[in-house]
Design a protein around this ligand. Structure first.
Ligand code: NAD
Ligand code: TYD
Length: 350
């Protein structure tokens, strides 16, 4: 059967790496990238592959039922890889409804379309839902998230992602819709919008602005290089068992403050600044409300069952990432200035 895959959110951080992985690795697949181009979506992430014959971009909303219907008709999708979402915890604290709409209603709209078009003929079909480890809530000093860990989301963002995960499983259980879900730890790498920790701090160190560390800085995250996440999605899409969940992580826990100090050292070196000068930018600020203390993934299931594991060490990934942001100042300037949003408005909304 020929593959025709709808990738949602493909102009965002992780989505753009997933689109590139699929478009270049599978030239005989049809890949349709549906993205609303919110503040986090940026077609400049995909200029290297935008002219490939097997790639199509559609600007649109995953909640637009009529559009999704037309796309299913036109492209006869055999798979959906669903990444489109509101993804930033701090924004979810300010505007939970936006997260409910995109992350829950948007997911259910896509599930309905897949169910309708694949009904009675689920052979060779797959709905792949990309989710986060944040659905499991917060760990104490010990332990790791397993695929069997109970859901305990603590932020409006993680509550909306948990809900969407439940809907995907419910469609599998109730209607037989073939699906897989992955729950991944914090990603870092090129093309991440500079509201998240790494790109924000790289930008601020470069500009010698303060580094706002939330609370005591002793919060722990498990970091994975984004291209390794894209490769894991490829592995699960093609080899994962139906109705299964796989946790994806970097086997790489860091306390925020230790990671920030490491970034300061690397950047002092790269920018030829005196040792310790960037650390002076560290400023402890009011904590995020409801801040999850620790996330850590046990990724042994995907490793033993599907043979996936991270391909780069954290040292290599950080080096690549910091190098990328320093070499792509124009990208950073564009996304922080809002120029590119004005450009998209004039390009698509007239
Ligand atoms: P992102 O915010 O960088 O990108 C999201 C993309 O979705 C953007 O291109 C945006 O334009 C698009 N989008 C938003 N609303 C839309 C809508 N209504 N219709 C169509 N497109 C829409 O996010 P990201 O960090 O790349 O995350 C992608 C997915 O991976 C999300 O589902 C997120 O929950 C999940 N995830 C992220 C991380 C992480 O560390 N960033 C970790 C685990 C899981
Ligand atoms: P973030 O990149 O927002 O990812 P998430 O909240 O989904 O894990 O934040 C990573 C960690 O860094 C988290 O513990 C919050 C902290 N943080 C700061 O201390 N200061 C900041 O300015 C930001 C954006 C995050």
């Amino acid at each position: 059967m020929s593959h025709s895959i709808l990738i949602t959110g493909g102009a965002g951080f992780i989505g753009s790496h997933v689109v590139r992985e699929f478009v270049t690795k599978y030239p005989d697949y049809t890949i349709v990238n549906l993205d609303l181009l919110t503040y986090a979506g940026n077609l400049a992430n995909l200029t290297d592959i935008e002219n490939h014959a097997n790639y199509h971009f559609v600007k649109g909303d995953i909640m637009d039922e009529a559009l999704i219907e037309r796309l299913f008709h036109k492209y006869k999708f055999t798979g959906v890889v669903h990444l489109a979402a509101e993804s930033h915890v701090d924004r979810s604290i300010k505007d939970p409804l936006a997260f409910l709409n995109t992350n829950i209603l948007g997911t259910v709209t896509l599930l309905n379309a897949a169910k309708k078009h694949w009904d009675g003929n689920f052979e060779g079909k797959r709905f792949y839902h990309v989710s986060t480890d944040e659905v499991y809530g917060s760990l104490g000093a010990e332990g790791l998230f397993l695929e069997t860990t109970s859901y305990d989301p603590q932020s409006p963002y993680s509550a909306s992602k948990a809900s969407s995960d439940h809907f995907v499983r419910a469609y599998g259980n109730t209607y037989g819709l073939p699906f897989v879900i992955t729950n991944c730890s914090n990603n870092y790498g090129p093309n991440q919008f500079p509201e998240k920790l790494l790109p924000l701090f790289i930008h601020n160190i470069q500009e010698q602005k303060t580094l706002p560390v939330y609370g005591d800085g002793k919060y722990t995250r498990d970091w994975l290089y984004v291209i390794d996440h894209a490769k894991a999605i490829d592995a699960v899409y093609h080899k994962g068992a139906n109705a299964e969940t796989y946790n994806i992580g970097g086997f790489n826990e860091w306390q925020n403050i230790e990671l920030i100090k490491l970034m300061c050292t690397i950047m002092d070196n790269k920018l030829g600044r005196s040792k310790g000068s960037s650390e002076e930018l560290i400023t402890y600020v009011t904590d995020r409300p409801g801040h999850d203390r620790r996330y850590a993934i046990d990724a042994s299931k995907i490793k033993t069952e599907l043979g996936w594991e991270p391909s780069v060490t954290f040292e290599q990934g950080l080096e690549l990432t910091i190098g990328w942001y320093l070499n792509n100042e124009e990208w950073l300037k564009n996304v922080t200035s809002g120029d590119y949003l004005a450009y998209y408005d004039s390009q698509y909304n007239n």
